[in-house]
Design a protein around this ligand. Structure first.
Ligand code: ZN
Length: 214
């Protein structure tokens, strides 16, 4: 056998991860893979394995269910993420949060920068921090650059809820969790959000829990 290329270990690990089929186990906060910062994707998996990995991310995101999933969340330190949001929310929530449907997308080596200075603050959660949500103020609009799964360049401005999703997922690739950016006093169990803080905006939560909004 030829000696293995330096890329082999990562591709081998992804092969092993995909072998059982179905949704992948999601890594929870506390695992260093979520803090390490992911390696730039530069063909380490090859086109066929990349396609299978992306499909596994999609299945895992749907099963969770979630609106985005980054490779480190399944233990793979590559700068790859998927997003998709059917946005099944009431009209008033859609308007207040800009929660418009986001078709399925693959983000390869994404990075973002704010467009303008407007910030938006809403409750946000993470599949790697199950059971909890917190309010995060983020740039309302961002310019996202990178590539798609076929290597086609991506350069697009995102607004509304899709802007929040792409920031959250790109942050994962930099080893950042949403809690790092959250208002600590807004931390709420899912049940509390459901029962008390389901309003379209977090103003009541800010008053009663005692945190600031932008
Ligand atoms: Zn997350």
């Amino acid at each position: 056998m030829a000696s293995p290329s330096p890329r082999a270990p990562l591709a081998e690990r992804v092969e092993e991860l995909l072998a059982p089929g179905g949704p992948l186990p999601i890594v929870a906060a506390g695992d260093p893979v979520l803090r390490a910062g992911a390696e730039r994707y530069d063909g380490q998996l090859g086109p066929a394995l990349l396609a299978r990995f992306v499909e596994a991310l999609r299945i895992t995101m749907h099963a969770a269910p979630g609106v985005g999933l980054a490779a480190p969340q399944v233990g793979v330190g590559l700068r790859i993420a998927v997003i998709e949001d059917p946005a099944p929310v009431p009209e008033e929530v859609r308007v207040a949060r800009g929660r418009v449907p986001q078709p399925f997308r693959v983000l390869v080596n994404p990075s973002y920068e704010p467009v303008g200075s407007v910030r938006a603050a809403f409750f946000e959660g993470c599949l790697s921090v199950p059971g909890w949500q917190a309010v995060v103020a983020r740039p309302a609009e961002v310019r996202l650059t990178g590539a798609d799964e076929a290597g086609r360049p991506l350069d697009e401005v995102f607004g509304g809820w899709p802007a929040r999703i792409v920031q959250h997922e790109t942050d994962h690739l930099d080893g950042v969790l949403y809690l790092d950016r959250a208002e600590p006093r807004s931390l709420a169990a899912n049940q509390a959000v459901l029962e008390r803080w389901a309003q379209p905006t977090p103003e009541k939560a800010a008053r009663e829990l005692g945190f600031d909004l932008p």
